[in-house]
Ligand binder design. Structure first.
Ligand SMILES: [Cu+2]
Length: 509
């Protein structure tokens, strides 16, 4: 009998040899114009085979008063920060302390190039906190960032991973190209620039990666000062053919991006301003050579929040949750994010923690099965003391009422609906997840069929379909109120015949 691994290996070899003939790059001339009125003709490699869409993002660097602990509470202990001896050092304002509020320069999204209306941040991205907007793209796309600098310092946008030419690299150094040809390297206060980044195959997931991967962008004019001012954000690239229209990966119910970094406010270009503004009129008590003063300006943060103040890490049980985690900073920035309560898969291996070095970018998949509010924190002792802690919540998925009638016990099938309580006349999404019954990990390459019954009447059925990623979404609009049965029949796993059936009852209001 052919093993699953052998079979998969054969498929990968077949796919690889099929693809190698396809990946031909050619050089085209691209006219990129920036609003500093410098028209440039640049030579960049663009993939000829993937002609995706151009995704335009409007992003400005804005000066923002940022509060690392807006609740005033240590949400992990439930006590006020002021009464917590460790937390008070990092959060309490006084004659000799800045406290928890600092002026920073942050990337913020806008609705258009007039930069008058901030792009509202939807609830599922509230957790981004201090990070700039997520830039989503699919392999084959082009990313265009219309950028404006509203800060008092020169800044840039330097991306990791994606393909750029010298004009769009956003990092000044002695590379033999005159500065006049690289206006994106340092956008002056009040200036603007349009960055063009390409997304060829080599900017997307590798063969062993999940369907989407993380890159970061950050300002690179003052390479240490700018990120400490807060200029950092995420890029998510989805494999060609595996993206939703908005660039997010198909079959992933929710994405979370978390950056673990110790913001060193004494290295921020705004430090003199913050010292003067927040420590009182004459700063007479602030001893900048005192090690404790220096320590008080280190913010052991996750997305710019400390001591459990990070909001919005909320998800439903038995859904496909993708975590992107990154590190940034100096030699103290060795972080080990640890999730209590649930486990994750990374590189097909099971874990509940991940190792981060400065600018590590990692992707983990979680299928939360454990309802509750759980700790999510860096496992380095002194980072915990400094407040590198958050909470995440797994909510009960009321619609997961599955009675798995699997005959062979090969596969576990989960169902949830969106909205949670379907009503007639409103489109409903049935989210179905296939899991391996033994390992509780995602089951890939499932052949399945979905049927919806009302009583003995079949009201909907699909043909035999294939789920490569182990989770699928079936849209359906219920016509009548009442009780329905959703029947999921599995016909094959990894191209081998398997027979399993699961039934779920749904009440439609
Ligand atoms: Cu840490």
């Amino acid at each position: 009998m052919i093993s699953r691994t052998t079979l998969m290996f054969g498929i990968i070899i077949a796919l690889t040899s099929a693809l190698t003939g396809v990946l031909v790059y050619h050089f085209t001339e691209n006219q990129s114009t920036n609003s500093n009125q410098v028209a440039m003709v640049t030579q960049v490699a663009t993939p000829s085979q993937f002609q995706g869409v151009t995704r335009t993002y409007y992003i400005a660097a804005n000066e923002v008063k940022w509060n690392y602990a807006p609740s005033g509470m240590n949400m992990i202990t439930g006590k006020p920060l002021a009464t917590d001896p460790y937390a008070a050092l990092y959060t309490q304002n006084g004659k000799d302390r800045i406290g928890s509020v600092y002026l920073k320069c942050l990337y913020q999204g806008y609705t258009d190039g007039t930069f008058t209306t901030l792009q509202p941040r939807p609830a599922q991205w509230e957790h981004l906190g201090i990070l700039g907007p997520v830039i989503h793209a699919e392999v084959g796309d082009t990313i265009q960032v219309v950028f404006k600098n509203n800060c008092r310092i020169p800044v840039s946008m330097h991306p990791h991973g994606v393909l750029y030419d010298k004009a769009s690299e956003g990092a000044p150094y002695n590379d033999g190209i005159p500065d006049s040809e690289k206006p994106g390297d340092a956008v002056p206060p009040g200036g603007n620039f349009t960055y063009i980044w390409y997304v060829p195959e080599r900017a997307g997931p590798g063969p062993e990666d999940p369907s989407s991967i993380l890159w970061m962008y950050h300002s690179h004019v003052n390479e240490i000062g700018d990120p400490n001012a807060g200029l950092v954000g995420p890029i998510i690239i989805t494999r060609h053919g595996e993206a939703n229209p908005d660039g997010t990966p198909k079959g992933v119910d929710q994405e979370f991006v978390t950056l673990f970094t110790i913001f060193n406010e004494t290295n921020s270009p705004y430090f003199p301003y913050n010292l003067q503004t927040f420590t009182g009129e004459n700063m007479s008590q602030a001893n900048t050579t005192d090690p404790m003063f220096w320590e008080s300006n280190l913010k052991y943060s996750i997305n710019g929040y400390i001591y459990g103040n990070l909001p919005g890490l909320t998800m439903k049980e038995n859904t496909h949750v993708r975590w992107y985690v990154a590190g940034m900073g100096g030699e103290s920035d060795i972080h080990s994010p640890h999730w209590h309560g649930n486990t994750l898969l990374m590189d097909d291996k099971r874990t509940d923690m991940v190792e981060l070095l400065p600018m590590s970018m990692k992707v983990l998949d979680m299928y939360p099965d454990n309802v509750g509010t759980w700790l999510f924190h860096c496992h380095v002792y002194d980072h915990m003391e400094g407040g590198m802690l958050a909470l995440y919540t797994v909510e009960k998925n009321n619609e997961t009422q599955g009675t798995n009638q699997s005959s062979s016990g090969n596969i576990k099938i989960g169902l949830s609906t969106n909205p949670e309580n379907p009503t007639t006349g409103q489109p409903t999404q049935l989210n179905i997840v296939f899991m391996d019954n033994q390992t509780n990990s995602i089951e890939e390459h499932v052949d399945y069929k979905v049927t919806i019954m009302q009583g003995t009447t079949q009201v909907f059925t699909t043909s035999l379909l294939h789920a490569a990623e182990g989770s699928i979404t079936v849209p359906y609009q219920f016509q009548n109120a009442g009780s329905y049965n959703v029947v999921v029949e599995v016909d094959g796993i990894y191209f081998m015949p398997v027979s399993d059936t699961a039934q779920f009852s749904i009440n439609v209001g």
